[in-house]
Design a binder for this molecule. Structure first.
Ligand code: FE2
Length: 366
């Protein structure tokens, strides 16, 4: 992108196309200490009280700065870098490219916990890995006093649900979810019936004495991209039909309608919801249902196949942080008589974790 001046007007050129920057866009970015609060970057003036048709009186352009004097007498010095940044309109997290993975994924770097990690560069690297691969594992995280709550609130804000601020995953009598049994759990995403679906799930292993109960992860991004490549008609029906997801227990009724594969406004992967015990397709034409059922069967086959899933054992102190909009998780069955298997879990939303990443990037000038 290149900035040029012509007769008190500012132009930007991108890919050979030249456009004028609206003078008001520049005027509402005046950045002196009388106009912007230094700490919060919030405006100290209300731009809706300024005349929209403001004109520029004088301009000066150097390699690094654009200096402007407006006809209302205000002056500003904007860095070219800050204008370019707004032009690309991408935040730090969006610029981290997702890396697709399948069962050939080599062992990823684990991060050793220490009590200062939340303020260290290591956490920045770990969160980067999380956004690249959809998960990250921390080792030796303290298991006392529901430490998961402190952990979650130190990288984001915990998202409380009807399962509580955090939940204990161990087999218990009369469970209200299959998670609380020793049965195998095939790969699924959590809580597709919530609005919005919890973004990040944290699972912290407090105790694991059993030989089974391996944790399973599948990259829903890889699976849905492969589905698009190899079975486009199956992919398309899953991106079009809104399915009802529901959860019911004694006092709670939750439901939401969404596509199994939700796309963003660029028709790219946004989110997968896969939990075939909780989904209810609407009563639509038989032919469409025929295709839908084939598609659901296919995505289930892929998610359960050895081609895509990784399996590993969580040991005491291991903390798994995973993207619930991208990854599917599950576990193999275990024998309760072998000993304890006790995980604690909770959810956090993306925005506070994104904030943590940006904060650490700013702190370490990365
Ligand atoms: Fe789950």
């Amino acid at each position: 992108m290149k900035i040029e001046l012509f007769e008190n007007k500012v132009f930007f050129e991108n890919n050979g196309i030249k456009n004028e920057i609206h003078p008001f866009w520049l005027r509402e970015r005046v950045n002196g200490e009388n106009f912007v609060d230094k700490k919060t970057q919030q405006r100290l003036f209300d731009p809706t009280k300024i005349e929209n048709k403001i004109m520029i009186k004088n301009l000066n352009l150097s390699d690094e700065f654009l200096e402007i004097v407006f006809e209302d007498g205000t002056k500003t010095k904007l860095s070219i870098q800050s204008i370019e940044k707004e032009f690309s309109n991408k935040n730090l997290v969006q610029s981290i490219k997702k890396i697709k993975w399948d069962s050939s994924l080599k062992k990823l770097k684990n991060y050793q916990f220490n009590k200062n990690i939340f303020e260290e560069k290591t956490m920045y690297t770990a969160l980067n890995d999380f956004y690249k691969f959809g998960f990250v594992i921390f080792k030796n995280v303290p298991t006392e006093n529901n430490f998961i709550v402190h952990f979650a609130n130190s990288i984001g804000s915990i998202r409380k649900t009807n399962f509580g601020e955090y939940f204990n995953v161990k087999s218990k009598p009369e469970p209200n979810d299959l998670a609380y049994t020793s049965l195998p759990l095939s790969p699924h995403t959590d809580n597709p019936y919530r609005k919005p679906v919890p973004c990040i799930q944290i699972l912290h292993c407090i105790d694991n004495e059993v030989s089974g109960g391996l944790s399973t992860l599948v990259d829903g991004f890889t699976v849905t991209e492969d589905l698009k490549k190899n079975f486009v008609n199956l992919y398309e029906i899953l991106t079009k039909i809104k399915v009802r997801y529901q959860f019911i227990d004694e006092k709670v009724i939750l439901e939401d309608w969404a596509e199994m594969i939700e796309l963003d406004h660029n028709n790219e992967f946004k989110q997968v919801r896969f939990s075939p015990r909780l989904d209810f397709v609407p009563l639509i034409e038989k032919e469409k249902l025929e295709l839908y059922y084939s598609a659901r069967k296919k995505i289930s086959e892929l998610c359960n196949s050895d081609q895509y899933k990784i399996e590993f054992k969580l040991s005491k102190g291991d903390l798994l942080m995973m993207d619930n909009h991208r990854l599917l998780h599950g576990r193999t069955s275990y024998d309760k008589n072998e000993g304890n298997r006790f995980l604690q879990g909770c959810y956090i939303d993306y925005d506070s974790t994104e904030s943590k990443l940006k904060y650490l990037a700013r702190k370490f000038a990365l």
